[in-house]
Design a protein around this ligand. Structure first.
Ligand SMILES: [Ca+2]
Ligand SMILES: [Ca+2]
Ligand SMILES: [Ca+2]
Length: 550
């Protein structure tokens, strides 16, 4: 489940974690050996990421903690800036002696002021939360996500388009990019109806917003290429003066240029679209890596690049930095420099807005490990299990034996097992979290129904219902009942099970709550389905139990 995800993401951080004989990480690992390999075992524990505006380009980028630190300290050349890279937990650690004793001394503090002590965040289950980040706390859950690999993207319908990539100052070019239409990819990932935009994150920290729908206000400095629908058909612009082969600023060498003349309409089957490109001119995009100056190496843009066509069709304009602007197409600050809004080596797509109560995946630390593995994660406003019954607001639900039913979810790899976790809450704020798995999950290729003699559900009940648990603790935890439904074993369908064949699209999973609930009490419930490449959360529904003797 989610912990696997973070383990994957954190690997590239480790590589940079112990630089300069770092003793701080050793202190943390020694003080909390069970934190090794968690998301806290990283620079982000004490250092903050953030928005950094490059003074030379005025371009603002969202950087993970490592790159943010590198950027504002000039790769360590300005040690006076180190203090500004610390988050509140890092500052408390520094102020208390910067040693193991300091870690213990600040355990009871709430460094980031989110209402949870540092040690409560470190010990939060199933995942620790950052004691230095107020936006991460034990009440929030990681938003739904799906992870796709390159071969899965290759298996989806591919869209190919010849277009101009117009840059501000790096040189322009025409080329044929092909890949998955972003709108289709988001649909495949289960984007919800209330989503309004996505933000894509590149491995080097750059991010770019894309509204789903275009609008009349989507112009000017805040213009962002849109996801849904087509872009205006383009016209081919060629001039010998602009041709790089003649010392110009536009590269016309891509094979797609052959036979085209200035002024020709550019026909694209299916129209120009915002795509997640996998190939350029029929070749896989070269995976990105950082060069010696910590910038994405020239010529690398893969394995996936978001390629937006121009909304305002125009010619390749001269580089803004060129001294000679007395040319056929001088630099035009109002031109659609679509290449600058294109994101290379994208590893994360965030679908916004995030559903209530959910928090970001660790996207600031997602990066080149995903590039190397050819993976991309889509997270946020994605459809999870749908809660079927009891319907939201149902009253008079029996205190014992209440059955909860939800629709099944599928992993990115449909044959993979799904483990469901059901959570109850009385206040919709604090939910139990599970530390126990009852059994390994079986394959979810059939229809499940609790109570049927043909299907079995195993329950693990984690909670503190026992006698002897201190009352205060029971008040906090005991009201929550957590059922981990795993090992949903399919038995033979037999002869008469017409609606239970494999491959059904509306299958549901049911679980009975084998515990008496409080009388006359409103409970909120939600379900999470976890697979090896997916983590999908339902919305929240409520029901109210009946009176004492029911
Ligand atoms: Ca805190
Ligand atoms: Ca926190
Ligand atoms: Ca240009």
């Amino acid at each position: 489940m989610a912990s696997l995800f973070f383990t994957i993401l954190i690997l590239p951080v480790w590589a940079a974690y112990n630089h300069n004989g770092d003793t701080d990480s050793v202190n943390f690992r020694t003080a909390y050996p069970y934190m090794v390999g968690t998301k806290l075992d990283s620079c982000t524990l004490c250092h903050k990421g953030g928005n950094y505006t490059d003074p030379s380009t005025s371009k603002t980028t969202t950087l993970g903690s490592c790159q943010y630190c590198h950027a504002i300290t000039g790769y360590g050349s300005d040690p006076t800036q180190f203090i500004n890279t610390l988050n509140p937990y890092g500052r408390d650690y520094l102020n208390n002696g910067r040693n193991q004793a300091a870690l213990k001394a600040i355990e009871s503090l709430d460094s980031d002021g989110d209402g949870f002590s540092n040690i409560a965040e470190i010990n939060s289950k199933p995942l620790p939360t950052y004691p230095g980040d107020p936006n991460d706390n034990p009440n929030k859950v990681v938003a739904s996500y799906r992870i796709y690999n390159k071969s899965q993207l290759q298996a989806m319908p591919q869209h190919s388009q010849f277009l101009l990539m117009n840059t501000t100052k790096s040189g322009d070019y025409y080329a044929t990019y092909s890949g998955v239409i972003m709108q289709d990819l988001l649909k495949t990932a289960g984007i919800t109806a209330n989503a309004t935009q996505i933000t894509v994150y590149a491995a080097d920290g750059f991010s770019q917003r894309h509204p789903l729908e275009d609008s009349s206000s989507n112009v000017g400095k805040t213009y962002a290429p849109y996801v849904n629908g087509t872009y205006p058909a383009a016209t081919y612009y060629y001039d010998p003066q602009a041709d790089k082969a003649n010392g110009g600023w536009c590269d016309y060498s891509s094979p797609g240029n052959a036979g085209r003349k200035n002024g020709d309409p550019i026909a694209v089957n299916g129209g120009l679209r915002l795509i997640l490109a996998l190939q350029i001119d029929g070749k896989d995009l070269v995976p990105g890596y950082l060069d010696a100056t910590n910038k994405l190496a020239s010529g690398t843009e893969g394995p996936f690049r978001v390629v937006p066509p121009q909304k305002i069709v125009g010619p390749p304009d001269q580089a803004s930095t060129a001294t000679n602007q007395n040319v056929i197409w001088p630099y035009d600050s109002n031109a659609d420099h679509n290449a600058g809004l294109s994101s290379k080596s994208v590893t994360v797509i965030k679908v916004e807005p995030l559903p209530a109560g959910t928090t970001d995946i660790n996207y600031l630390e997602a990066g080149f490990n995903y590039v190397d593995q050819g993976k991309i994660v889509i997270y946020g406003a994605l459809q999870g299990p749908t809660l079927v019954s009891p319907a939201d607001g149902t009253t008079n639900v029996p205190r014992t034996g209440a059955v909860l039913t939800w629709t099944k979810t599928e992993d990115t790899v449909p044959s993979e097992p799904i483990t469901y976790t059901v959570q109850l809450s009385k206040d919709k704020v604090t939910w139990t979290t599970s530390t126990t798995k009852v059994a390994s999950a079986d394959r979810l290729s059939g229809t499940f129904f609790a109570g049927s003699s043909k299907y079995f559900l195993f329950f693990g009940i984690i909670g503190m219902f026992g006698v002897g648990v201190p009352r205060r603790t029971r008040k906090f935890l005991g009201i929550f009942l957590l059922i981990t439904v795993t090992g949903a074993v399919i038995s033979s369908c037999g002869g008469g099970g017409g609606g239970t064949s494999t491959g059904g699209t509306s299958s549901t999973v049911s679980a009975a709550i084998p515990q008496s609930l409080d009388a006359n009490t409103t409970y909120y419930w939600r379900v999470t389905g976890d697979g090896p490449n997916s983590h999908l959360i339902s919305g929240v529904s409520s029901f109210t139990t009946g009176i004492m003797w029911k």
